[in-house]
Design a protein around this ligand. Structure first.
Ligand code: ATP
Length: 309
């Protein structure tokens, strides 16, 4: 396999313990070049821990991890220049001005510029892309929470990274800023072939942006696939409704297209107001997480009763 074909992120049997608490158990997944992967899960599921291990900011307890072909625990500055990081919260000196800080951060990447990937990103273009052009001379201490978040995104991207980690990038952003961010993600994934691993609690955002979804609960992966693939794991979540002889009917069905076809074949002239509501990623997510949590509760009960699994 050539370097370009190799997955950008490879995680195999990853484990993490804080003291005696096991917060990641046997986590394995891959992310390919140019792919946008959303890592979803309830609070405390282990998403930030996973991302921080991949960023090289946290040591794992066990397992194999390769990011851009390198173990992040032993990566050097050339590797760091290829990776962009947007943490959940970040602080810089309050007296920096927006443009100054981006220029300074960008200058750190200049030695790693290549013909294929010139570094850093042009500051004016980047300010415009994150919607901070009008605030470029403001001191950090005067920025609102959402403006600070846009700056976090700019700092994560200023080195034109091949891989970006976004940890809840749109938390606190207004709807317009959120939409701008979505456009930016599409731009860097499509135009620059950037690989993106993001966490979010906004399931509509994940559905719109991510090529693939990984769901983590209590440190375990319970689902990995595209949004429609995950939806197919939930039986009976599509909803079909129609009016027949003046009366409205509604059914939950596994395959709405097949059901609607059959319905029209049988009563083609009598059917009106036919509507199909597909399971959203939110429906799928809630069903999968609930099923996994119920299975965990049952396993714990069996363990307490001392019965073998
Ligand atoms: N430094 C630490 N020491 C001990 N336990 C920790 C530490 N950091 C995280 N944890 C625990 O590890 C588990 C996973 O936390 P993590 O922050 O990775 O979750 P998350 O999925 O990112 O949650 P959220 O959606 O709330 O950001 C939680 O139970 C948390 O309490």
């Amino acid at each position: 396999m050539s370097v370009r074909d190799r997955p950008v992120i490879e995680v195999e049997a990853l484990r993490m313990q804080y003291g005696t608490d096991e917060v990641l158990r046997d986590v394995s997944f891959e992310v390919n070049r140019g792919e946008v992967l959303a890592l979803l899960g309830p609070n405390g599921a282990g998403k930030t821990t996973t991302i921080e291990i991949l960023e090289g900011l946290r040591m794992r307890s066990a397992g194999r991890v390769a990011v851009l072909g390198v173990d992040p625990a032993h990566a050097d500055e050339v590797w760091r220049a290829r990776v962009g990081i947007v943490l959940q919260s970040w602080r810089d000196h309050a007296k920096w001005r927006v443009r100054e800080l981006i220029e300074y951060q960008g200058s750190l990447y200049a030695p790693y510029s290549t013909e294929h990937r010139p570094r850093p990103w042009d500051v004016d273009a980047l300010l415009a892309a994150v919607g901070l052009s009008a605030h470029s001379d403001m001191m950090l201490k005067s920025l609102s929470g959402g403006q600070r978040r846009r700056l976090d995104v700019a700092i994560g991207l200023v080195g034109c990274p091949e891989l970006v980690f976004f940890d809840e990038p749109t938390a606190g952003l207004d709807p317009r800023a959120r939409r701008d961010f979505h456009e930016l993600v599409r731009l860097i994934a499509q135009e620059f072939d950037t690989t993106i691993l993001m966490t979010t609690h906004d399931l509509a955002e994940a559905e719109q942006l991510a090529h693939r979804i990984v769901i983590l609960t209590q440190g375990r992966i319970i689902a990995d696939g595209t949004s429609p693939e995950l939806a197919r794991q939930i039986v009976g979540e599509d909803q079909v409704s129609w009016v027949f002889s003046g009366e409205r009917f509604t059914r939950d069905v596994p395959d709405a297209t097949a059901f609607a076809r059959e319905l029209l074949l049988q009563h083609h002239t009598g059917i009106s107001e036919l509507e199909i509501r597909r399971a959203s990623l939110e429906d799928t997510y809630l069903a999968l997480v609930q099923a996994a949590e119920s299975a965990d509760v049952r396993a714990n009960e069996r363990e307490l009763e001392g019965t073998p699994r």
